[in-house]
Design a protein around this ligand. Sequence first.
Ligand SMILES: Cc1ncc(COP(=O)(O)O)c(C=O)c1O
Length: 363
Amino acid sequence: MKIDYQLKPQSERRSTPFTPEENVGFGVLRTDHMFLMDYENGEWSNARIVPYGAMDMMPGAMCIHYGQSIFEGAKAFQHEDGEIYTYRIDKNAKRLNRSGDIVCIPNLDESIQDQAVHALIDVERLWFPQQEGACFYIRPFIFATEDRLSLGISNKYTFCVMLSPSGAYYANGFNNALRLLISKTYHRAVSGGTGASKAAGNYAASLRATQSAAEHGAAQVLYLDSTNTKLEEVGAMNHFHVRKDGTIVIPEFTDTILKSITSESILALGDVLECEVRQETILLDDFIADIESGEIIEAGGFGTAAVVSPVGSYVFEDGREVIVGDGEVGPHIKRIYTVYTDIQNGLREAPEGWLRKVERHHK
Ligand SMILES: Cc1ncc(COP(=O)(O)O)c(C=O)c1O
């Protein structure tokens, strides 16, 4: 793929490494440029890297009205050799296309997505925060741009990749276990719906539930399936729990659960974590009984942004609360977090192909 580099003049671009004094926060900052590509007449074309800024879009653009919009979230890390490495970006490319299949957005070749991400990071490498625990948060997305008010599948799309230089997600240490609301009122997904995609509308649909969690003093929602019997996801993360024997259990992937790349990675890392990691259908009643009996000792969420979010307790809508273990961040979760972030940061060997160096092509 030929990329047209329409960069800002050197004088307006970052010319020295980014050395912030304070934690830069997660997802707050932007770099100087973004990658764009258009879909029209059945094909993707016009790959370009341009200054980050407002985009032209007609008020009738179909993403606004009918929600054809999908996205991904990935990370890249700087290792001790000074080079930047993307983490499992091939999985994100595959998942963007899977999300596209679910909301009728045309696929974009995975190798093109891969090249887009690497080319943009190459141009922006001076933006990598020189700060412990930092990363580039990578946001690839596709949205429908055809100006048409009759409902149907758009014939035009834009693919964009933007980068957010981000600081450590847990800036003040990894010590806060969350309270989750078990909602029987709100659901994230139904069988035959769009729950297994990162479609923008899924996240709009989750906001009211999150608001309800806050009203119960909870940080997030533990979503159940629509029959209110099985555990599904937590906020925008996969759910997991740890049993007394150290086994990590993640709900089986179904068409109502997003296939988390963090979960898939943890499933592959059993040997390194020295424990069994498995997936199964988890019934709410069994889950609560096992917490109360002490069979389940830790629980939390897996996702790219935070890696692991520990859960201290679950509260029902009637106010009943169930505490996991002693309600604090447990040793298994701390170990998962350390092993996982060490792999990402190049401090522990990564499985073949998980980390890919961003080559220096662009001066
Ligand atoms: C609904 C949902 N579930 C789970 C995840 C975790 O997936 P990953 O580990 O690939 O970030 C995310 C975030 O991408 C999400 O939005």
